[in-house]
Design a protein. Sequence first.
Length: 130
Amino acid sequence: MSAHRTNAEEIAALEKKYWELMQAGDYRGCVAMMTDQSVTLGSRGARIIDKEEYLRRGDTADWKLNAFRLSEEQVLFPSENVAIICYRADQDALIQGRPSKTSDLHMSTWVRTPRGWLAAAHAESPGGEA
């Protein structure tokens, strides 16, 4: 057992930091918070991607996150070294140059590694227009 037990607020803060990095366009910062390979599931399908692919996708992204708000956070610790967070994300973005406001449902899985907590999986589901 670790000397420091992680609580739900710490996992929520990690998730928020990840979103802040995306908003800033800091994809290198994002991959520093990820496992070497991660699972992603969303409107583009389900896939396992590595950090290099994530960076390529970020560099060619046709969207920009202008603002976001996370709410309704719930965190489950199925084991000491795994945390699953689910929440609603209200997003204000530009997609292919067009304004988009959505309120989607998200879930991320974080794993505790020797490097600290890293994101290993992320899924999103449409939650409707904001």
